[in-house]
Ligand binder design. Structure first.
Ligand SMILES: CC/C=C\C/C=C\C/C=C\C/C=C\C/C=C\C/C=C/C(=O)SCCNC(=O)CCNC(=O)[C@H](O)C(C)(C)COP(=O)(O)OP(=O)(O)OC[C@H]1O[C@@H](n2cnc3c(N)ncnc32)[C@H](O)[C@@H]1OP(=O)(O)O
Ligand SMILES: Cc1cc2nc3c(=O)[nH]c(=O)nc-3n(C[C@H](O)[C@H](O)[C@H](O)COP(=O)(O)OP(=O)(O)OC[C@H]3O[C@@H](n4cnc5c(N)ncnc54)[C@H](O)[C@@H]3O)c2cc1C
Length: 677
């Protein structure tokens, strides 16, 4: 079927997708505006997408998969320069982008049209610039920031070493102050101290932020950050005292030239220590400026916050692909003499996919809320108030852990939902998955971050026991001492309260376990270690309770003035989310609430009915993510649904199809088959 598009271009659209779009009962644009944070943002996003994508500069003629690793990297550098030039010259000055700068989600979105994997400048945008902004004195900022924003220098964030990633205090790289020359001497004393992993370090950057143990006057003051030039600005050759290179192939991020870095008594000026939080004076005197020593870890908190948004977007991409494909794909014959149904009509397929749509909404709203919390804590810190930092650290840690982990799991489900074709590289699902699965590890491993949140929760519990006030995200703990279990209430509010009870119950169980071990002679550290499986589970339960509460309240707030059908489809998704997790966690609910077998039956019925209610709007809901084909980059997920045509077009691009017979036939296969080898 042919339809005329707004831009005046006529394109052919799969007939099933046309029917799906006709069934949609809500205003798609309105939902897009809600997800973008307002109509103004949508208009600006579209303008930016037009400016940066309409000239076609982002597109590769040959799919990246057929290039060698070296060619892929070089191609990524070429495209990075086009991408960065557009951002610098055409987009950065647009109003409304000042606060997020380079890391505006809009720039992030368009990056996917340029890079199948990642840009080697990802850490420049995402970490180097933010560290300069967060860790420099005003004088240092005036020197470094314009150079970095103008791309006169490109940098990365070099923290992890071969021997240590998680345990930052265990890093071995040293920065020893020499008052004679007013320089720091950077050194890698052991193999395990070699820097490892930083994005763009291998071949791209000429500067980096290095995290190293600071020594002055013979005393170690712990880890601090330094701006270090590693390559000549003109020739790009590594400077004397620097050994640097690429760490080799990975599961993903292969255009990201993650690198290693070894220092051999490399000297940098004293002024290159980032001195907002601590200073070393000319004579070597160490001066602590910040009131909280973990402010040095600020970049990590920032990136953890940004990653929640990143997860919402990646899941939106994956589920757009899977839902459109499921509307086009027909398979099997459940009833004799009936046509094959669209696979989207199978209840099990709806179970796989609608939770992914709901999760993308949940993560988007949670991420917007977390970002606001983050900016408000930053404002507190600027006013020298640091008491809100622990809650932000606890929140950003658990949300980063759960959102990255859920997102990876649901993207894999989107791939399963696309059957064999989902396994094709051209579906783009494998690339999205390999990108997202790394986020569970980097910027703080899943388990390690949940244990950070658990520390906060255990302390909070002790406050509640003493009847002291606690902060808003854990205020539910004060109800944990109510003796009577309330009757099960399956309303949305009731489910949220039930999960808060689960979280409180799990934290209480951890406290009992720690105290039990202490009573039997263990010190606190050992008792803690013996409780860590439960502590991780308690932090997860707390995090999920925060997400449920935020998703529910934000849905009500954001749809308060929406049209009735938009309000109702958004609420349906939120209810679906709560029902899904209730059914996933029946064990917890049976343990900590008065949920009965009959209630579980009712939950299941309501859940399945909700899938049926959402079904006619499924394609409309993924259309509302409004992700351009260039950004989706998928044979299965394009707006027009020309799935089989695109799969065939892509197959024909394989270099193996350039000749009818491959030379290996004559060289190896034929002699082998004829018994001559
Ligand atoms: C083209 C694209 C355009 C734009 C891009 C835009 C968007 C994308 C955004 C970002 C993507 C950018 C780049 C992505 C690509 C890859 C990047 C990857 C980078 C990295 O991985 S960098 C390395 C990250 N490393 C880690 O995260 C290590 C994890 N470890 C830690 O954080 C700490 O060591 C740990 C585990 C917290 C322990 O630290 P430590 O031993 O020092 O502390 P204690 O356990 O003793 O705790 C003491 C005390 O301090 C509290 N605390 C710990 N951390 C913090 C903190 N950060 N803030 C506040 N407080 C903290 C802790 O809870 C304790 O408190 P208590 O005593 O219990 O009160
Ligand atoms: C794609 C990618 C990009 C990266 N980019 C950068 C970068 O730009 N800059 C940079 O500095 N680093 C970067 N990293 C490194 C990354 O930050 C670390 O790999 C990450 O923080 C995990 O640390 P680790 O590798 O030391 O894991 P480990 O800590 O060794 O983890 C191994 C296992 O031990 C467990 N474990 C560790 N400690 C504890 C504990 N206390 N309690 C219980 N379990 C524990 C973990 O849960 C995990 O299961 C990147 C990594 C990847 C994969």
């Amino acid at each position: 079927m042919k339809i005329k598009m707004l831009a005046g271009k006529t394109i052919e659209i799969n007939v099933d997708l046309v029917k799906e779009r006709a069934k949609c009962n809500f205003n798609i644009r309105e939902v897009t505006h809600i997800l973008d944070g307002g109509e103004k943002n949508t208009i600006q996003r579209k303008k930016i997408e037009d400016i940066s994508l309409n000239d076609g500069q982002s597109r590769d003629v040959i799919p990246e998969e057929y290039l060698s690793p070296k060619e892929r990297y070089e191609n990524a550098v070429k495209k990075s320069c086009i991408y960065a030039r557009i951002i610098k010259t055409e987009l950065m000055n647009m109003t409304g982008l000042e606060t997020l700068g380079f890391n505006s989600p809009v720039f992030r979105r368009i990056a996917d049209a340029y890079f199948k994997e990642v840009t080697p400048l990802l850490a420049h945008f995402g970490m180097f610039v933010p560290t300069i902004m967060g860790q420099c004195t005003p004088e240092q900022l005036a020197h470094w920031l314009p150079r970095a924003l103008n791309f006169e220098i490109v940098g990365t964030y070099v923290q992890t070493e071969l021997g240590h990633g998680t345990f930052i205090r265990g890093l071995e790289t040293t920065a020893t102050y020499d008052p004679q020359t007013e320089e720091f001497v950077l050194h890698s004393p052991t193999l395990s101290s070699y820097k490892w992993w930083a994005g763009g370090l291998g071949k791209t950057v000429n500067y980096c932020v290095v995290v190293a143990q600071l020594y002055t006057k013979g005393v170690c003051h712990g880890v601090h950050t330094f701006i270090v030039q590693i390559r000549d600005e003109e020739t790009h050759m590594p400077l004397p005292g620097i050994r640097v290179g690429d760490i080799g192939p990975k599961m993903g991020y292969n255009t990201g030239d993650n690198g290693f870095l070894v220092f051999n008594h490399h000297r940098i000026p004293r002024e290159n220590m980032m001195m907002k939080n601590a200073q070393v004076l000319k004579d070597g005197t160490y001066v602590k400026v910040a009131r909280h020593e973990k402010l040095t870890y600020g970049t990590m908190v920032y990136v953890r916050v940004m990653l929640v948004n990143e997860m919402a977007f990646n899941l939106a991409k994956a589920v757009t692909i899977a839902v459109r494909y499921s509307a086009v794909r027909r398979q099997s014959q459940p009833k004799p003499n009936q046509p094959e149904p669209q696979v989207l009509d199978y209840l099990t397929q709806q179970h796989k996919l609608f939770i992914c749509i709901a999760t993308a909404h949940a993560l988007q709203f949670t991420s917007d809320w977390l970002y606001k919390t983050f900016t408000s804590v930053l404002a507190d810190i600027r006013d020298d108030k640091i008491d809100t930092l622990p809650e932000l650290h606890a929140l950003s840690s658990c949300l980063k852990a759960i959102c990255t982990s859920d997102c990876a799991a649901f993207i894999e489900i989107c791939r399963f939902a696309c059957g064999g074709h989902g396994y094709m590289a051209s579906s783009n699902l494998s690339m999205i998955y390999s990108y997202v699965s790394a986020t569970r590890t980097y910027e703080g491993d899943y388990t390690v971050l949940l244990l950070q949140t658990a520390r906060f929760l255990v302390k909070a519990w002790e406050q509640v026991e003493k009847r002291r006030p606690v902060t808003s995200t854990i205020s539910y703990l004060s109800h944990a001492f109510d003796k009577l279990k309330k009757p099960w209430d399956g309303s949305n509010e009731g489910i949220i309260r039930a999960f808060q009870r689960v979280a409180a119950g799990k934290i209480s169980a951890c406290i009992n376990c720690i105290r039990y071990h202490q009573k039997s002679g263990k010190d606190f550290e050992d008792a803690w270690q013996l409780t860590t499986i439960q502590l991780v589970a308690a932090a997860e339960a707390h995090c999920r309770a925060v997400i449920y509460d935020t998703y529910y309240n934000e849905t009500i707030r954001l749809t308060a003035s929406s049209s009735p059908n938009v309000k109702s489809v958004m609420e349906q998704l939120c209810t679906l989310y709560l029902l899904y997790w209730s059914l996933e966690r029946t064990g917890d609910l049976l343990r900590f609430t008065s949920l009965s077998e009959k209630d579980i039956f009712d939950l299941q019925q309501r859940y399945e009915k909700m899938l049926a209610v959402i079904r006619p709007n499924a394609v409309g809901l993924v259309d509302a993510f409004d992700i351009r084909d260039e950004i989706l980059n998928s044979t299965l997920g394009a707006y027009d649904g020309r799935v089989y045509e695109r799969l065939m077009e892509e197959a024909l691009k394989s270099p193996l199809n350039a000749e009818p017979v491959n030379s290996s036939f004559h060289k190896h296969l034929k002699p082998f088959m004829q018994g001559k080898l």
